[in-house]
Design a protein around this ligand. Sequence first.
Ligand code: NAD
Length: 426
Amino acid sequence: VCPPNPPADSDDRSKLDTWLLDDDIEVGIVGQGIVGAMTAKLVSSAGMEVIGYDRDKSRVANLRAETKDRPLWKIVDDSSCLANADVIVIAVRISAASQKPDLTSIEQACRCVAEFPNRNRLVIIETTLPPGTTRQLSEEHLNPHNNPRTQIAYCPERLKEGDSESDIRRTARLVGGLTPEATRSACFFLDRLGIEAHPVSRPEVAELSKLLENTFLTTGIALVGEITRIAHAIGICASEVATAAASKPTGYYPFWPGAGIGGHCLINDMRLLQKTASDLGVASPVIEALGTSCKEISPAVINFLTATMEQHEMALGNSRIWLIGIGFKIGSADISETPASDLVRMLRASKAKIVYSDSLVGTFEVDNLPVDCVDPHSWPADISAAIILAGDPAIDLSRLRSRVPVVLDLGGTRIMSGSNEGIIRL
Ligand SMILES: NC(=O)c1ccc[n+]([C@@H]2O[C@H](COP(=O)([O-])OP(=O)(O)OC[C@H]3O[C@@H](n4cnc5c(N)ncnc54)[C@H](O)[C@@H]3O)[C@@H](O)[C@H]2O)c1
């Protein structure tokens, strides 16, 4: 076990390399997805020039159209445009879907940065990574010849999709440099963006902290899923249990019964942590059980819906079910690994007919079969039950309740108007 290094003296600007103090520094970003684009926004808002490079030409074209009002932010599909960048941020994604984490994207990103070694440069990696990866990427791809002019720091992004620039500035950023100089430089750069830095002794601390943060969320979701099943077996309302527990002001962090986990990050990061433990030979039964436990959430929703419909003398089979808001979470147009997909599979298996509405999502397919989209304003006919997942502000709850016999809220009513009266919770 390595004792923690004292954190770098992040406040002492006299120790900074002078090139970093220059008003005219140029910033390059590899990857212009959600995280890279947000970083580019922050950099341009701070008055610095930023070149956002993405290898996906359609992403580049879309983003160019969206960012016409930001002259300092240039979006390119050619990595050679990064040659003069003083600071380069890497914001690509790695996948943990296969047995071994697939680092291909970030290795490519590192190699394209390493092509321009002849200048002083700070490289900041924002991608969520298993512990030890920043060091490995540096040795194998980013800085194989240990060029002292290249400083490398790991600063995992902590944003939630939908966060504004000011939300991001309010969240301190972990900074783990490979050297104290790199930590100091990265802290200073973040300060220029208006972001408070939380320096740590080495990149591995920041890498593991990020996985801890996200796996904590997965654990809470899995646990409240189990509490939901226990509550239903007793015959009480799980949401009332969660609300009661949330009245404790300290020592408890509330999670709410809902549709379960979706999106790219939480499950992926839990798998990264699981693989890290397994590679180190560390038993991690809690982390290992999370994936299995989370898979039980959707069946519990369908069981609850079936029982509720039976109380209303309706059967799930051949009924028409309306899914409202199918993004992986409230306010998101992203349907990757959305919990709505599992519900659709189970509803199809029960021979229910399914329609969906979502102001943000134009088409929705599950297992290559389309789900019918309905215009919420035309009020689809013959709906037996509505499941409000991520919700849709275009639909009024009172009207919905007056037309649909069973309305089940899995969280999305928060963004909808009208009365919650008569709407069922898990
Ligand atoms: N999205 C979030 O809410 C969020 C929050 C916190 C952390 N993160 C983490 O931040 C990282 C980035 O997430 P994201 O949501 O922005 O990912 P994303 O998939 O939306 O974007 C990544 C972009 O990088 C591009 N890219 C990939 N490899 C490249 C390469 N070698 N060269 C150039 N471009 C390349 C892709 O084309 C894509 O546009 C991930 O590790 C993610 O886990 C994401």
